[in-house]
Design a protein around this ligand. Structure first.
Ligand code: ADP
Ligand code: MG
Length: 400
C-alpha cells in the first residue's frame, strides 16, 4: 500500500532528517513510527502527503509514484491527524467533521449525516456534542473530533502525528483503546508517529524504531521487545521489555490446558466419579450450551463440614446435582486478552489458573491457562510473530 524506496530528505541548512529509508506497509496495517524527538518521524510522515518533498528516492501509494500525483488529489486519499487538531473555532463539531466531504461536493445534509455517524464511531454522541464549538470540548474530545474529521472522506490511508501526545495519561490510554476498536472496524492503512514506546507497542501491528533518520528495526511489537536488533533498540525499549512483552502477547487457544469438565445438571455422583477417575482436585462447570458457569472442588461431595453446613444438608450427599455445589468463577478472561491481563488476573484472585472463554460465542468455555502455559506462550510469541511478519511482507510483494 505504501512503499518507501531509498528516501532521503536533506533540509536547506544541511540537516539530514531522513537517510536512505526503505520500507513497505501492507493495506490495513497499523504501523507505529517511534523514536526520540528530532529523529525524522514527522518528516517521514509529511513526505507521504507531499507537505515535504524528498531530496532523493521515491514513495509509492498503491503502486503509484506519488511525485506524479497532484498533491490535492493525493491528500483526498490520505487522512491527517496532528496534535494541535486545528478545528475551526467558529464552526460546530458537526460542521467541522463534515468539512472535507462538503468541500468535495457532497450535499450538506448528506455530509452532516455522515459526520454524525463518524462522531458516534469515535465515541462522541452527535446529539450531545454535534452542536458544540471546539472551545467547549476537552482536549481528548477535540482529538476525537480530529480523528472523525480525518475519516470523513473515507480515505484508505491515515497519517497520525502524535495525535494523543497532548492529553493526560489516563485519557490517552482511553483514546488508544478506542482507536484500536475503531481501526478493527475501518481497517485503514495507518502510519502513527509517537515518541512513546508504550504507545508504539500497544497500537502497532508493526513498529519502526528510528535511530537518526534511519529505521533500526521494523518488526512486530513482540519481536522488537523480545529480540531487539541493535543495542540502541534494546536501550530504547527499556530494561523492562520482558514485562512489556506480556502486554503485546495475546492468549491463544493452543495455549490452554483442558481440565475435567462437568455440566450443571450432571448428578453429583457422576461428577465425583469423573474427578476421582482423573485424579483431579477440581472441575470446570459448564451449562447446557457449554458456556462457563463456575467450578467445583472435588471436596464438594463430602458430607457437610462446619463451613458449608446446614443449608446444603440433604443435598450434599449422592442425590444432588452439580448445580447446587458449583462455585462462582472469578478468574476468567476472553481468548485474545493479553498475557499481562492473564497474569494480573491470577494475582488478583490468587488463582493457580484462569478460565478462558470465547466472547464471540456468548462465553463458550475454551480451556484454562496455567502459569506454566503462560510462560510457554511468552517464549513462543517471538517465533510466532516472526512468522507473521514474513507473511505480511509476502502480501506486500503481491500488492506492489
Ligand atoms: P521528529 O518528528 O522525529 O521529532 P522531524 O522530522 O520533525 O523529527 O525533524 C528531523 C530533523 O530535521 C530534526 O533535526 C529537525 O530539527 C530537522 N528539521 C525539521 N524540519 C526542518 C526544516 N524545515 N528545516 C531544517 N531542519 C528541519
Ligand atoms: Mg515530530
Amino acid at each position: 500500500m505504501i512503499r518507501f524506496e531509498h528516501v532521503t530528505k536533506r533540509y536547506a541548512d544541511g540537516t539530514t532528517a531522513v537517510d536512505d529509508l526503505s520500507f513497505e506497509v501492507a493495506a490495513g496495517e497499523l504501523i507505529t513510527l517511534v523514536g526520540p524527538s528530532g529523529c525524522g518521524k514527522t518528516t517521514t510522515m509529511k513526505m507521504v502527503n507531499r507537505l515535504i518533498e524528498p531530496t532523493e528516492g521515491r514513495i509509492f501509494l498503491d503502486g503509484q509514484d506519488i511525485s506524479t500525483v497532484d498533491p490535492v488529489e493525493l491528500r483526498r486519499r490520505i487522512g491527517y491527524v496532528i496534535q494541535q487538531v486545528g478545528l475551526f473555532p467558529h464552526k460546530t463539531v458537526l460542521d467541522n467533521t463534515a468539512t472535507v466531504p462538503h468541500l468535495l461536493g457532497v450535499k450538506r445534509t448528506e455530509a452532516r449525516a455522515r459526520a454524525a455517524e463518524l462522531l458516534d464511531l469515535v465515541g462522541l454522541d452527535p446529539k450531545v456534542y454535534g452542536s458544540r464549538y471546539p472551545e467547549q470540548l476537552s482536549g481528548g474530545q477535540r482529538q476525537r473530533v480530529g480523528v472523525a474529521r480525518a475519516l470523513a472522506a473515507d480515505p484508505p490511508v491515515l497519517l497520525m502525528d502524535e495525535p494523543f501526545g497532548a492529553v493526560d495519561p489516563v485519557v490517552r490510554e482511553h483514546l488508544q483503546n478506542e482507536f484500536l476498536k475503531l481501526q478493527s472496524q475501518v481497517r485503514k492503512t495507518v502510519l502513527f508517529v509517537t515518541h512513546d514506546i508504550e504507545e508504539a507497542v500497544r497500537l502497532g501491528d508493526r513498529i519502526a524504531v528510528y535511530g537518526q533518520g534511519t529505521v533500526e528495526q521494523f518488526d512486530a511489537p513482540a519481536v522488537v521487545l523480545g529480540a531487539p536488533a541493535t543495542p540502541y533498540v534494546a536501550d530504547f525499549v527499556g530494561a523492562d521489555r520482558g514485562l512489556k512483552r506480556l502486554s503485546v502477547t495475546p492468549i491463544e487457544e493452543s495455549d490452554l490446558d483442558q481440565p475435567p469438565v462437568v455440566h450443571l445438571d450432571d448428578s453429583l455422583r457422576s461428577a465425583t466419579a469423573r474427578l476421582s477417575a482423573e485424579g483431579a482436585r477440581w472441575a470446570v462447570v459448564l451449562d447446557s450450551e457449554d458456556n462457563l458457569h463456575g467450578w467445583i472442588p472435588a471436596g464438594a461431595t463430602e458430607p457437610a463440614g462446619p463451613h458449608n453446613g446446614a443449608t446444603h444438608e440433604g443435598a450434599t450427599h449422592e442425590g444432588g446435582t452439580v448445580r447446587e455445589h458449583a462455585r462462582r468463577m472469578e478468574a476468567w478472561l476472553p481468548v485474545g486478552a493479553s498475557l499481562k491481563q492473564a497474569f494480573a488476573t491470577m494475582l488478583q484472585h490468587d488463582a493457580g489458573w484462569i478460565a478462558v472463554i470465547d466472547e464471540r460465542s456468548e462465553g463458550r468455555f475454551l480451556g484454562v491457562l496455567t502459569p506454566a502455559r503462560l510462560h510457554e506462550a511468552l517464549r513462543r510469541s517471538i517465533d510466532a510473530d516472526g512468522r507473521k511478519v514474513s507473511r505480511t511482507e509476502v502480501e506486500v510483494e503481491t500488492i506492489g
